[in-house]
Design a protein around this ligand. Structure first.
Ligand code: G3P
Ligand code: CA
Length: 359
């Protein structure tokens, strides 16, 4: 990601004699080091829809943005630096890390805290298998919160889906969020363009309940990279509204409420969401069904009327996923959502989205 020069806070201080300023600076230096970062003022929640939309779109975002879902996960094991790097090379505007925490409180990129189905943790740590209730579901496997980062450094990622290539199984590690941010930054600088990050907090209530809240760690990581600002190329997403509402009080970074069912997107619901979020991330079927005869819904229009951007997930090219209405051509799906007016497209294959948008 290309970072703008950061404006020094001291510019905001009132003018004083220089000796006084030097003494104050010396006296405060030690204390300031011990203080937590000051969060930016929250943004107003009662702005008109047009104003909301205007500030949700930043100058470096094309329309629609291309979001590499879990990296170029159609081509490489998901949530690996190699999957993210390939996505950037393919032309993705944003890379999407889902985030969970390790036992020692480090944010890592995984779709869920159970990692048995996307890594070789079962081979590396056979005795660490356990059973837990996560968000009401009983799940058996290997959980990130039971491993230190040092332990997870010995684990390798595997492809999740049986019908995708397994040529890269066992070759790539599990990255930290900091490493994902560093990759976006360095790849953006190298390519002379902005590469954004689109983190999703996974199971935030569960992680808070075990003393490993994700949100403060996420904000700390963004602040360390100068990304806790309104015009940062960042979207924070969640399926849970409460953590997003709390985040709205702590950051001006753009927030995305994820929705999976049409019933969640009534005009009244969207108006309520617009009080804390800047966008909705919606299941593609909420916009148009898979059948040839399906008629597009009013979700995009209603969300825009509420002042919310609309990002659609998740476009995948394989016949298992592609709706019948596209007759085997994933480019048709990309073109349809672009024509319907979405502001962002999540894709497992960013190269397909790039081609569909003729970029
Ligand atoms: O985050 C958007 C989309 O990725 C939600 O689905 O399950 O892939 O995180 P999931
Ligand atoms: Ca996600």
């Amino acid at each position: 990601m290309i970072l703008p020069s950061r404006s020094p806070r001291l510019r905001a201080l009132p003018s004083r004699p220089s000796a006084w300023r030097i003494l104050c600076a010396l006296a405060l230096a030690g204390a300031c080091r011990a203080l937590p970062p000051v969060p930016p003022a929250p943004i107003a929640t009662d702005r008109p829809a047009a104003d909301r939309l205007a500030t949700a779109r930043i100058a470096t975002d094309p329309s629609p943005i291309i979001i590499a879902h879990r990296g170029a996960s159609g081509h490489r094991p998901e949530h690996t630096l190699e999957a993210y790097a390939l996505a950037i090379a393919m032309g993705a505007d944003y890379i999407e890390p889902d985030l969970v925490a390790t036992k020692d409180g480090i944010l890592i990129a995984r779709h869920e805290n159970e990692i048995g189905s996307t890594t070789n943790a079962a081979e590396q740590f056979p005795a660490r298998r356990t059973r837990k209730v996560i968000d009401g579901d009983t799940i058996s496997g290997w959980f990130t919160e039971d491993f230190t980062l040092a332990e997870l450094r010995t684990v390798r990622a595997n492809e999740r889906l049986s019908f995708r290539s397994h040529a890269f199984d066992g070759r790539f590690g599990v990255p930290t969020f900091e490493e994902v941010l560093a990759l976006a930054d360095s790849a953006g600088r190298r390519r002379g363009r902005v590469v954004g990050v689109y983190p999703e907090i996974k199971h935030p209530t569960h992680f808070a309940s075990i003393g490993l809240p994700l949100e403060p760690r996420l904000l700390r990581a963004l602040r360390a990279q100068g990304l806790d600002r309104r015009d940062a190329p960042v979207f924070i997403q969640s399926f849970e509204a409460a953590p997003l509402r709390a985040l709205r009080q702590q950051t001006r970074v753009r927030l995305v409420m994820l929705l999976s069912a049409r019933a969640q997107a009534s005009p009244d619901s969207l108006a309520a969401i617009a009080r804390f979020a800047d966008a909705v991330g919606v299941n593609s079927r909420m916009i148009v069904g898979a059948d040839i005869a399906a008629v597009p819904s009013s979700v995009i229009r209603d969300a825009h009327a509420a002042g919310l951007l609309v990002h659609v997930w998740t476009l995948r090219s394989e016949p298992t996923f592609l709706g019948a209405r596209y007759r085997g051509d994933p480019l048709k799906e990309v073109r349809e959502f672009a024509a319907l007016g979405v502001d962002g497209i999540f894709g497992d294959s960013p190269d397909v989205v790039v081609r569909g948008l003729a970029r």
